[in-house]
Write a protein that binds this ligand. Structure first.
Ligand code: TRP
Length: 441
């Protein structure tokens, strides 16, 4: 048997993992979820969930991948026996499910990018509605979806070092620079301060106990960190013992949160200074594809240039995420059925395209798929924390001590994973399940 591929460097792994985390979820989800009323309370809950609940689970996912050196489909069985087979299925189903609609949104992003460059953007709210109607329906959606899936497939086809690591190594730093520049520019807009204070910093303590704010924070934390469906398992299976997983998990989480915040610092000033407030909380896609293009259009030709930069970078962020989603079924097929990377990539891509057709046709369907997959993510996170907190805690400890992780850090993580993460995630899962079911009645 061929020896398994490895990351070229530890930093390469961090970039790839952060590339997976940073995506449309940061640019789009963060803004609209914090605008749904939560404001600062949402932000606080989100950061607490990431630090207290998600970090130990993120490390656990990495341990699951590294200690078994197996794909997400097989890893749970290797770690804890046949009883855990369903977790592998959950990983495979949820990752294909997410990618199926993620690729559709990537397609809208390409379309908006081309409109900014060559055609023009909507100048008022009336036109904005039509604009979104245009990019989210008809044949152009399929074109965008197919281009996105093909690009994703080509990169994953080139493998871990030759494709994923090569792309994320330059894409992530570029992304950060562009975001910083845009945030700086947005702060110079006339309504910028009002934008920060009426969304990100809006303080209403009762929101801390609001069911939908709590469930939004959970969804955002898990989705944004790419947690719960085996992406980190897949990436970590190509790691070796040298990496300090807790440190790397912390880096990934910090970068991801910083990008979410930066995106907010870009979005809200634009929304405020062009009076687009209502659009944002009205629809899930409102901020990114309705309010922003309209805001940019108000700045004339320069605005179109900035819009092209913004949507270009959004696409770049998205593709470093979509490749991680595709790697889950691909590595699983390679591992389980011993298929070649090539065959696994094309079969998975075709399947994901087909599952995504209803989302390409109906934004309502897309919205529901998103709700279902978010629920699955949190369930996945819950199961992973039970697996390492209760079923095979020694594996967690051994793997981390092999890489010389600090004893205190290890104890802390083990404690959190056993006593804190499971009950808190269970609450998040329950609230999210309820809000998902509400979408269907
Ligand atoms: N985290 C990415 C984003 O914020 C999306 C993503 C990639 C993802 N891989 C994932 C979400 C795995 C959940 C699980 O856009």
């Amino acid at each position: 048997m061929k020896t398994k591929e490895k990351w070229e460097s530890g930093l390469g792994f961090v970039f790839a993992a952060a590339g997976s985390a940073v995506g449309l979820g940061n640019l789009w989800g963060f803004a609209y979820r914090s605008s749904e009323g939560g404001g600062l309370a949402f932000l606080i809950l989100y950061v607490l969930i990431v630090l207290i609940v998600c970090l130990p689970v993120l490390v656990a996912e990495m341990v699951l991948g590294r200690s078994t050196a197996s794909s997400p489909f097989i890893a749970p069985i290797k770690a804890a026996g046949e009883n855990w087979k369903p977790l592998g299925w959950l990983f495979a189903i949820a990752s294909c499910g997410i990618l199926s609609y993620y690729a559709v949104i990537m397609g809208w992003t390409i379309d908006t990018f081309f409109h900014s460059l060559f055609i023009g953007l909507p100048s008022d709210m009336n036109e904005a509605g039509q604009f979104f109607g245009k990019i989210s329906s008809g044949n152009s959606v399929f074109v965008g979806q197919i281009i996105s899936l093909l690009l994703t497939a080509f990169i994953v086809l080139a493998g871990i070092r030759g494709g994923i690591e090569k792309l994320t190594k330059w894409a992530m730093p570029l992304l950060l620079v562009l975001l910083l520049l845009l945030a700086f520019w947005a702060s110079s807009l006339s309504g910028s301060w009002e934008g920060y204070t009426s969304f990100l910093l809006k303080w209403d303590p009762s929101q801390l106990f609001d069911k939908s704010t709590i469930s939004n924070s959970f969804k955002q934390a898990f989705f944004s960190l790419s947690l719960g469906i085996g992406v980190m398992v897949a990436y970590s299976s190509y790691l070796d013992k040298r990496n300090h997983l807790p440190k790397e998990a912390l880096r990934v989480a910090s970068l991801d949160t910083a990008v979410g915040l930066l995106a907010g610092l870009i979005t809200f000033p634009i929304v405020m200074s062009f009076g687009l407030r209502d659009v944002v909380s009205e629809s899930t896609v409102g901020t990114l594809f309705i309010a922003l293009p309209t805001g940019f259009a108000n700045l004339g030709l320069f605005g179109r240039f900035i819009a092209a930069v913004f949507f270009g970078l959004a696409f770049l962020a998205a593709i470093t995420s979509s490749i991680s989603l595709l790697e889950v079924p691909v590595s699983s097929l390679m591992d389980k059925l011993k298929w070649s990377r090539k065959k696994s990539v094309w079969v998975s891509t075709l399947l994901i395209f087909i599952i995504g057709i209803p989302s390409a046709i109906s934004t309502d369907f897309l919205d529901r798929s998103d709700a279902i997959c978010n629920t699955l993510l949190i369930l996945g996170g819950l199961l992973i924390s039970i697996l390492f907190g209760w079923i095979v805690p020694n594996r967690y400890d051994e793997d981390l001590s092999n890489s010389n992780s600090n004893l205190r850090v290890r104890r802390y993580l083990k404690f959190m994973l056993r006593w804190v993460s499971p009950p808190i995630i269970a609450i998040g899962f329950y609230l999210t399940l309820v809000s998902t079911l509400e979408k269907f009645v």
